[in-house]
Design a protein. Structure first.
Length: 157
């Protein structure tokens, strides 16, 4: 919270002279920042740094936890239990990738993609907002053989 808290105060010090219409249905920091008439270099660097720091810290902690999980799982004697535990890890990794990939892509496009299509920015914005909560139940339910068979049956008909 201490890292994110300065962001609105950094935005408040700007003078805004461009259109005050956001292209997303929610307030996105880089987009508000681009409406300023002042130099936004410091805000852009700080915002990107916070995004990388927070996602990097999450990634580091996830990596460390997976090393510990794999160390424990590989010490299990039963091959079947080991595969079941690794199946759960795979589902979790897919859910994490579904969350971070659109978020990082949107952040990079907003900061460095000066000539990128506004349609692409909107599309990635909505994907990063909607995809993770919609896909989490699907990713985790695919572990269950009973649910997997029923989901496949729905799409095959």
């Amino acid at each position: 919270m201490a890292i994110i808290l300065p962001l609105p105060f950094l935005l408040k010090r700007f003078r805004y002279c461009r259109d005050n219409v956001l292209s997303h249905s929610y307030c996105l920091y880089p987009e508000v920042m681009k409406m300023a008439c002042s130099d936004i270099t410091v805000n852009s660097i700080y915002g990107f740094f916070t995004k990388l720091l927070l996602m990097g810290l999450d990634s580091l902690l996830i990596f460390v936890s997976y090393v510990m999980i794999l160390k424990t799982v590989l010490s299990i004697a039963s091959h079947e239990e080991c595969l079941r535990a690794l199946n759960t890890c795979t589902s979790h990794l897919c859910a994490v990738l579904l969350f971070y990939t659109p978020e990082i892509s949107l952040s990079i496009i907003h900061r460095f993609g000066k000539g990128s299509s506004p349609l692409l920015q909107n599309f990635l914005g909505y994907i990063s907002l909607l995809l993770p909560p919609l896909m989490n139940p699907i990713v985790y339910s695919m572990k269950s053989k009973h649910l997997r068979v029923r989901i496949i049956r729905v799409f095959v008909k």
